[in-house]
Design a protein around this ligand. Sequence first.
Ligand code: ADP
Ligand code: MG
Length: 281
Amino acid sequence: ATPTALLVGTGRGAQLGIVIKGPEVLESTRAVDTVVLDKTGTVTTGAMSLVDVVGDPGTLRWAAAVEAASEHPVARAVVAGHAGALPPVEDFANQAGRGVTGTVEGRRVRVGRVEDAGRWADVVRDAEAAGRTVVSVAVDDEVRGVLVVADTVRPSSAAAVAQLRDLGLAPVLLTGDGVGAAAAVARQVGLDPDAGEVVAGVLPEGKVDVVRRLQEQGRVVAMVGDGVNDAAALVQADLGLAMGTGTDVAIEAGDVTLVRADLVAAADAVRLSRRTLRTIQ
Ligand code: ADP
Ligand code: MG
C-alpha cells in the first residue's frame, strides 16, 4: 500500500499546488507544534504602494532617487509613487533589513527604518497603528520626512491562521518591520500581539535565531517565508515552507513549495502530509 498512498499524496499535492521535496518531509509534519509566519510577502501580498508623503518638499524625489537602485518592495513602491525624472545616485549602499543610502546632488540621503521620526512622530504612530510600513528620509543626517507604504493582507490569511491553530500549531508572526505595523497586521489575521504571537523589528540575520530559540524551548517549528532574508530560518526550521511566488533562494531553502500564493496552502500541506503518513503506516 505504501507506493499507492505516496502517489495519492503526491497527486493530491499537485492538485493543491504543494510540491514536497522528498518522502522524509512527510515525517517532519507529524511533530510540528509551532508555525512561524513571515509577514511581508507571506501573510501579506508584498506588493506595496506609496500612500502618503509627509515632510519637506523634495523628500520623495531624494528618496526615490536612492530607492531606484534597490529591489526591495518598499523601494519599488517609493519609485512608482514618484512622477518625473530622477537625479542619478552615487555611492549606493543597501543595508539589509535597515534601508538604503546614497549620494544625490552632493547630499547624503538615507531611506529606511524609522530610528528618529523627527517632527513626524504622530504621523508614524498613526500609520503604523493602521498596519502601514513607514520609512524615514534623512538628508545629510537630518530627518526631512517620512513615507507611508501600504501592503495588502492576503484575503485568505485569517482563515489560514485559524486552520493552522486547528492543526495544533501555535502561530508566530515574524518580521523586520516595526512593532506597530506588525501588531496591526497580526490583529487582522487573528494573531494576538499581547500573547507573544508577534516578533517584530528583527534584522534579516536575526530570523534564524528566533527559530532556534523556539527550538531550544522544545518546540518543533515550521516556518513559512518568501524572502532572501527568510532562507536561513527556512533551513533551520524542522519544516520549511516557501511561497512559490517568493525568491529562488527561499524556494531552494524550503522543504515544501507552496505554488498557490495563499497561506491556506501551508495548512493544506501539513494536513495532507499527516494524512498520507497515516495511510502508509
Ligand atoms: P520583512 O521582514 O517584513 O520582509 P525586511 O527585513 O526586508 O522586512 O525590512 C525590514 C525593514 O527595513 C522595512 O520595514 C523597512 O523599514 C526597512 N527597509 C529595508 N529595505 C529598505 C529599503 N530599500 N528602503 C527603505 N526601507 C527599507
Ligand atoms: Mg517576506
